[in-house]
Write a protein that binds this ligand. Structure first.
Ligand code: UDP
Ligand code: MG
Length: 216
């Protein structure tokens, strides 16, 4: 493996056919972004085909597609992406444009100040019901009480990890993962950036309340 250079972005996609091309366009023009790894998490729609069509239209673009053999869930898909991402810094982001790629330069700024984990905190959440926002708030409260490691409340998965933080995560043996907990568990200097979370650009959330409950 060559020594890690550049900034890599990792996004898991499950049934994101209506937004994925826009996501790629918006992400690859962000200053500082060098590579994008998309993980198709067993989509049942045309997500993978749309990504391949985009790649055919943009030969040589710094985009890698991983296709999982079935839907494994976001945590597993992101873990696969982290295994494949090289780079001195890796950014994990949702593919539905709820996490604005335009925030990446701000994450990079904090990383250059010396932080290994720069997580984002949702100052507001648009397009989400009070039940979702309220249940999420309670989930983080209860997790905070139960966990020996403080997990920042209302922090999303959208974050930057330094190479050594990625390597620490990769060394963990857990296969059934709660990434937000593990990001906190690995330690290292951590900083936060707050942002306004948009509604999804298209499609719908994959997290039914039943699925969220099981995840919890
Ligand atoms: N996702 C995934 N596999 C799944 C469910 C979701 O890769 O089984 C991806 C999805 O495509 C999106 C991100 O994880 O990029 C967040 O999912 P979603 O937007 O449904 O969650 P929410 O924003 O509603 O919490
Ligand atoms: Mg979403």
């Amino acid at each position: 493996m060559p020594s890690p250079v550049g900034v890599w972005v990792v996004a898991a996609c499950f049934n994101e056919q209506d937004v994925i091309a826009r996501f790629i366009d918006r992400t690859l023009v962000v200053p500082g972004v060098d590579h994008l790894v998309l993980i198709d998490d067993g989509s049942a729609d045309a997500t993978a085909q749309r990504i391949k069509a985009w790649m055919e239209d943009h030969p040589g673009a710094p985009l890698i597609l991983l296709e999982l053999t079935r839907n494994f869930g976001k945590e597993a898909a992101v873990s696969a992406g982290l295994d494949h991402a090289r780079g001195a810094a890796v950014i994990v982001i949702d593919a539905d444009l709820q996490d604005p790629p335009e925030l990446i330069p701000e994450l990079l700024r904090r990383w250059r100040e010396g932080y290994d984990v720069v997580y984002t905190v949702r100052a507001s959440r648009r397009g989400e019901s009070w039940l979702k926002v309220g249940s999420a708030r309670w989930f983080y409260r209860v997790m905070g009480r139960l966990s020996a490691v403080p997990v920042p409340a209302d922090a999303g998965d959208y974050r930057l990890l330094s190479r050594r933080a990625v390597d620490a995560l990769k060394a963990l043996p857990e296969s059934h993962r709660y990434l937000k907990g593990l990001y906190a568990w690995v330690g290292f200097p951590q900083a936060s950036v707050s942002y306004h979370r948009e509604a999804r650009a298209a499609g719908r959330s994959k997290w039914s309340y039943w699925r969220l409950w099981n995840h919890a």
